[in-house]
Design a protein around this ligand. Structure first.
Ligand code: TPP
Length: 614
């Protein structure tokens, strides 16, 4: 194995180009082998193998800084930068991260996970480099999906103005997680067509005509499109950025050659590289959407597996039905159609569905615009990604109390994606916003009730639910819900567990059938059910949530008790003031002490030791 000999990028420089080609195939096998075991970003990483090898061959990491946007396509980078022996621990607790991470390796130039940050980071680095009189290269690798983000586009604008030396490699596979969107993306396709026509012309019209008359017809049409384009200015030139491409991102020798050339240039350059998502693995090439981030699979017989019925699907089914009843309903997603359970909705209501690209801020403010003109928008968004749109929530939605519903998926610990993706801050950052109401359902039926009611109550409403499976609720059933009212699920004589969202099932497990311990489905956080809280203040109270302890549900309960002048004994369970890395969700919950065992321990400390038969 050639990979055995590669312990750092330096070793790549000693290989012949032929050996590099063989290495690319070995790396592909290793990526497939490990993601088959651990799950992970398979298709994106397979598509970037040649690009990664060419970059490490030509540039000198870690002296030169190579930044991977999102950092999910960098498995080959991990394998050639001294992590091949630990690669089998990818995304496992205590193992290496699924993204690039500064604290993991000197070769990881940025810590990533969220999209569109590479260009602004690169800009900061070249400014620092020049101010400190240093001399190294800064290369940012960004996908066509990540380039739909406002941060990336705004950074480009500044990069073009400042004219600092840096290389941007646009890794264009025409896919985000689903098909990429946006005007720039259309333009990239046209650039590819133009290149294709030029190549075809070089090859010679006659040969093509003989090989395939059908293909020739296509070429003619493409030529028409290309002609139109020739009259237009390339937008990167207009921005002051040298544009080179498009080039074949799987032609390793060609890539090495062109990168050597670009390395010598001053000013900002964008190299447009065309790759195939899932390259080299048939199933992933054929269905890059599923194989973007599959769970484990059998590498010899790769098949799609059902993840069971998830909260995301429960949400998707509910809004699909609701939209048939409510003609003003409109659903927006920032590039997360599949993850948010919206495939069915997008097919049944294409005219009231919008994928804005990877720009959560645009999703929220577009929803505000829709609401201002009488529609009832729902922004389907992951808790971690809504962090990107905090100002929009306040400035564009909440101040005017607009009826925008935030369907907050992946709330709480999310598992293998780790620190960048845990949705553990949303309560804290939303709770302080006036007008905004916050709820968490206990099951799929309650989610339906909350969604329907949220469209009626007016004003912004956030409904949070976890990354988990849930029992399917019957179609057509829309129970009424008493808005703002908690629900006692079990009476107690000494203590009550107040559980918000996912931790409710831990609370029920912890309480068991001990008559002393009651359990409340504290499904509304804002407004808080003060009436019930007052009534329960005669008992010991234990709050529990899958969220930071600071600023969360427990804090809300403490503040309400304080305002009401009530002083029961209260304990707050939530995540401690530190970042949790990747790991299995139950294991991370155990460490945080918010699972059934943690709850029992806390109860025991309050003098209510639950005796359990397991
Ligand atoms: N929103 C943010 C801010 N960050 C994210 N990581 C995501 C959403 C989820 N996400 C991860 S990868 C991805 C998305 C939407 C698609 C990225 O597409 P692209 O940059 O083209 O890379 P590819 O996977 O196609 O190689």
């Amino acid at each position: 194995m050639i990979l055995d000999k590669v312990n750092s990028p330096e070793d790549l420089k000693r290989l012949s180009l032929e050996e590099l080609l063989l290495l690319a195939e070995e790396i592909r096998s290793e990526i497939i082998r490990v993601t088959a075991q651990n799950g992970g970003h398979l298709a994106s990483s397979l598509g970037a193998v040649e690009l990664v090898l060419a970059l490490h061959r030509v540039f000198d990491s870690p002296r030169d800084r190579i930044l991977f946007d999102v950092g999910h396509q960098a498995y080959a980078h991990k394998l050639v930068t001294g992590r091949k022996d630990r690669f089998h621990t990818l995304r496992k607790e205590g193992g290496i991260s699924g993204f690039t991470k500064v604290s993991e390796s000197p070769h990881d130039a940025i810590t990533a996970g969220h999209a569109s940050t590479s260009l602004a980071n690169a800009l900061g680095m070249v400014l620092a480099r020049d101010l400190m009189g240093e001399d190294y290269h800064v290369v940012a690798v960004i996908g066509d999906g990540a380039l739909t983000g406002g941060m990336a586009l705004a950074a480009l604008n500044k990069i073009g103005e400042l004219q600092k030396r840096m290389l941007i490699v646009l890794n264009d596979n025409e896919m985000s997680i689903s098909e990429n969107v946006g005007a720039l993306n259309k333009y990239f396709k046209e650039l590819q067509i133009r290149k294709w026509v030029q190549d075809a012309e070089k090859l010679g019209k006659n040969i093509l005509e003989r090989i395939s008359p059908q293909l020739f017809g296509l070429v003619d049409r493409a030529k028409e499109a290309a002609k139109l384009l020739l009259h237009q200015e390339n937008p990167f030139y207009a921005w002051g950025i040298r544009y080179v491409g498009p080039v074949d991102g799987h032609d390793l020798k060609g890539l090495v050659h062109i990168l050597e050339h670009l390395k010598a240039l001053d000013g900002p350059t964008l190299l447009h590289v065309v790759t195939k998502k899932g390259k080299g693995y048939k199933v992933a090439e054929a269905d890059p959407i599923y194989w973007h981030g599959p769970p484990g699979f059998d590498p010899k017989k790769p098949e799609k597996v059902s993840k069971g019925y998830t909260w995301s699907q429960a949400f998707g089914d509910a809004v699909t039905e609701l939209a048939h009843m409510e003609p003003r309903l409109f659903v927006l997603t920032p590039a997360m159609r599949e993850g948010s359970g919206l495939v069915r909705y997008s097919l049944e209501h294409p005219e009231r569905y919008l994928d804005v690209g990877i720009c959560e801020d645009v999703a929220v403010t577009t929803a505000a615009g829709l609401a201002l003109r009488g529609m009832k928008p729902i922004v389907a968004i992951y808790s971690t990604f809504l962090q990107r749109a905090y100002d929009q929530v306040i400035h564009d939605v909440a101040i005017e109390n607009l009826p925008v519903v935030f369907a907050i998926d992946r709330a709480g610990i999310v598992g293998a994606d780790g620190a960048t993706h845990h949705g553990v801050f949303d309560i804290a950052y939303l709770r302080t916003v006036p007008n905004l109401q916050i709820a968490a359902p206990k099951d799929a039926l309650e989610l339906r009730a909350m969604l329907k009611k949220a469209l009626e109550v007016g004003g912004p409403v956030a409904i949070r639910y976890p990354r988990d499976n849930v029992e399917r609720a019957p179609e057509g059933v829309w129970p009424e819900i008493a808005w703002g009212k908690w629900e006692v699920l079990k009476e107690g004589t000494e203590a009550y567990i107040l559980a918000f969202g996912k931790t409710l099932k831990y609370a029920l497990e912890a309480a068991g059938d001990d008559p002393r311990v009651g359990v409340v489905n504290a499904r509304f956080l804002k407004p808080l059910d003060r009436e019930m809280l007052r009534a329960l203040s005669r008992y010991k109270l234990l709050t529990v949530e899958d969220h930071q302890r600071m600023g969360g549900f427990g804090s809300a309960v403490l503040e309400a008790l304080n305002e009401m002048g009530l002083k029961p004994e209260v304990q707050v369970l939530g995540l401690p003031d530190r970042f949790f890395e990747h790991g299995a969700i139950p294991s991370l919950h155990r460490q945080a002490g918010i699972d059934a065992e943690g709850i029992r321990k806390a109860l025991a400390a309050m003098g209510v030791a639950v005796v359990h038969e397991r």
